[in-house]
Each structure stands twice: as C-alpha cells, then as structure tokens.
Ligand binder design. Structure first.
Ligand code: ADP
Ligand code: MG
Length: 232
C-alpha cells in the first residue's frame, strides 16, 4: 500500500494516528526492517492466520484508545506455539483496560533478535520543520533524557554525530560486558527516517510526530518493533 493510501485511510476513519501495523508498513516502504506480522480479530483465527510466522512471536493489542500497550496488559512476548498465542489473546481480552475500549484486533509478529533498545523519533518544529531524534531506550530515555536532535534532512555525518553525542554512547560500543551493536544499522535507519529522501523529510506536511520505540539493534542489524505516527 502507498504512503498516501495509509494516511488517507486513517483520515477517512477520523483517526489522527496510524495504527501500529500501518506505521510499520510505512517504515518498511522507506526500507526500515520491521517484524513479519499478521492481524487476527480473536483467538479463533490464530492457528490459521499465523502459519507464515516463525516462533517465537509477540502478541499485541491494537486499539486507537490504548497508547501504552504494555501498561494495559496488551503485550506478551516469547510465545512458542499457537496455543500460547490463543491463551495470551484470551487473557488480554479480560484485562480491564482492554475490555473497556475499542479493539481493532491483535497483532501477532515475529520476535526481533535480542539487542540494545533504541528510540528514534520525529516531530515538527514550527520554525525549523521536521526534526529527527535518537536516544538509547528504556531508562536512558525516560529518566536520563539522553537524546540528540537534528533538523531534517540529516547527512550521514550528522547521524554519526548524533550517536556520538549521547551520554550513553559507550553502551553501543559494548561497555560493561555488553555486546557491541551495529552503529551502522542505527545510522542507516536515521537516514531512512530523517535523511534527504527520508520519511520525515518527504512527508513533513502529513506527520506531526513519529515514535519508533523501540528499535532493537543487535550486532547484525536493527528492527523497528513499535511505531507510532501522529498525523497533522
Ligand atoms: P508499548 O510501547 O505500547 O508498551 P511495544 O510494542 O513497544 O509496546 O512492546 C513493548 C516491549 O515489548 C518493547 O519495548 C520490546 O521490549 C518488546 N517487544 C515488542 N515487540 C517485540 C518484537 N517484535 N521483538 C522483540 N521484542 C519485542
Ligand atoms: Mg513501545
């Protein structure tokens, strides 16, 4: 599906944001790796629909009313069989925060290889236009606010500098016994999002806010496992 279709479809449904699968489809169009996924309406469809997927998988609730799926009890990782997926969906449907809201379905997707969780984001400055942001995931973002920003479009050198500026930059190189991650893979995603032909630069008028959280980066590459785009 074309970028334009993804956005016009959301608008037609009076939605101010792309759902997770549409957001990932948009990233995939710009060459960012995302997990292979299917959507089911409920547990009954699982066995049939998830045939193309390899275990282990993740299940996530899809709802325009839920911003943080984990907080609502709407994410279950590491599922190893169709029966486990069915069970996870049934349990989710009983969570108070899920039972009370509109549900679009459940996203079942392959697990990304383990790695460092990063955040890549975008927002629009009234004066400077689209900005792209990168940070280390988890407490680095939430507590330490360790992020760096640039105005789009960024160059490869900008992307390299953005990573080097992070206070936690040493983590990426394998500090404290961690495995080093592919900085090239992060730079590559930063360019696909904020570079000259990148998503934010090309669609500055449509996208108000972008949030890839997390991008999971290993020594082999980077996969965007959660994506949220708020439309202008
Ligand atoms: P939310 O941010 O809405 O709570 P996420 O989609 O970010 O939900 O999932 C929560 C966490 O689950 C992620 O931060 C990540 O650690 C893990 N996770 C989600 N999807 C995957 C995946 N496909 N592969 C590996 N881990 C995942
Ligand atoms: Mg997330």
């Amino acid at each position: 599906m074309k970028m334009h279709d993804l956005i016009s479809m959301a608008r037609k449904q009076n939605r101010s944001a792309l759902d997770e699968q549409a957001g990932k489809a948009l990233l995939a169009r710009y060459g960012v790796a995302v997990p292979l996924s299917v959507i089911v309406a409920g547990a009954d469809e699982v066995a049939q629909k998830m045939k193309p997927l390899k275990f282990p998988v993740v299940v996530k609730v899809m709802s325009p009313d839920i911003l943080h799926k984990s907080d609502a009890g709407g994410v279950k990782v590491g599922l190893k069989s169709a029966a486990e997926v069915e069970g996870a969906i049934r349990t989710m449907m009983q969570q108070p925060a899920i039972a009370a809201v509109r549900i679009d379905g459940f996203l079942i997707e392959e697990m990304a290889p383990a790695g460092q969780e990063m955040v890549i984001g975008g927002l629009r400055d009234p004066q400077f236009g689209p900005l792209v942001m990168v940070g280390l995931g988890g407490i680095f973002v939430e507590v330490l606010a360790d992020v760096s920003f640039r105005i789009c479009p960024i160059t490869r050198l900008d992307a390299q500098e953005m990573l080097a500026e992070l206070k936690g930059a040493a983590i990426l190189k394998g500090a404290r016994g961690r495995k080093p991650v592919s900085q090239e893979a992060i730079i590559d995603v930063l360019l696909k999002v904020g570079g000259e032909n990148g998503l934010l630069t090309q669609h500055a008028a449509d996208i108000k806010e972008a949030d890839i959280n997390p991008l999971i980066v290993s020594d082999a590459g980077a996969v965007a496992v959660d994506a949220r785009f708020i439309l202008s």
